[in-house]
Design a protein around this ligand. Sequence first.
Ligand SMILES: C[S@@+](CC[C@H](N)C(=O)[O-])C[C@H]1O[C@@H](n2cnc3c(N)ncnc32)[C@H](O)[C@@H]1O
Length: 287
Amino acid sequence: MNRPSKRRPSKGNADNQRFPPKPPGVNPRSVNTSDPTTLKPGDIELEMGIPIPGAIQPKEQWTQTAIKRLPEAPFVWPDLFGREAPVAMDIGCGNGRFTISSSVRRPDWDHLGIDALPTVIRYATRRGNQRGLNNVRFAVSDGWKLLDRLLKDESVDEFHIYHPQPFSSVEDSSRRMLTPQFLGLLHRRLKPNGKVFLQTDRKPYWQYITSCFSALFDWEEVLEPWPEDPHGRSRREMLSQNQNLTIYRGIATRRQGVSLESVAQIVAQMPAPEFAVVRPQRRLYRP
Ligand SMILES: C[S@@+](CC[C@H](N)C(=O)[O-])C[C@H]1O[C@@H](n2cnc3c(N)ncnc32)[C@H](O)[C@@H]1O
């Protein structure tokens, strides 16, 4: 197993770093998301003062990024995206900030963002449509069901899971998404050398995740913000940074040469995620 790489610890961003310069070559108007109907072609959409990549396109260039009805059989990516390309999937994508950013920055990758909550998928879909993106789709779905029924083995290059719902009490622990069985499915559905990007601001959940992932994946802990998104890859990360919470980040690479039988045995020995997750205290002062 890889030893975790230890880098400079993350303590959130300094206030004076919160407002990056506007991207060059676009309409200088930038608009907060509170009223998305005011967005005009060329605008850069802001969320908490931070741009969401990709300028708003004229209406005739908008695309349809919603998957309104999930298929009965597993996804065939070229049928969905019209080409062969690596696929990244964002599970519990929320309002789509990461999925949209990655789609804009990596036009040669295809993206699927899913969330159990229809409201957030409506936001994400609108963003994808208005940017005229062809390499992203969004669907309302439970992450577990989609992985179990709608993905083929070794079909995904990257999974991204940012701030999975922690569910505070031990009684609610059965609702947590990251169970041993779910980790086993992630392993199966990833291509060889495929990766899972993970983060949370809940320490007990993190400790559980790291110990379980290390049994099936080569694990690298990332101790500083993602370089291309120092203000946060996702809305939840931005909120956590604004509250100066410690954010735990990691990259798990699918370990090679583990047979399906061994994965099943390893998964069977993992503990269930049964623990309380106390909400971290907002840190008013940075030490
Ligand atoms: C704390 S939010 C994080 C959203 C986003 N990833 C971010 O970092 O801003 C957790 C999200 O996971 C979604 N979620 C919870 N359980 C889920 C499940 N079983 N399958 C899919 N999405 C789920 C919730 O609806 C919510 O949008």
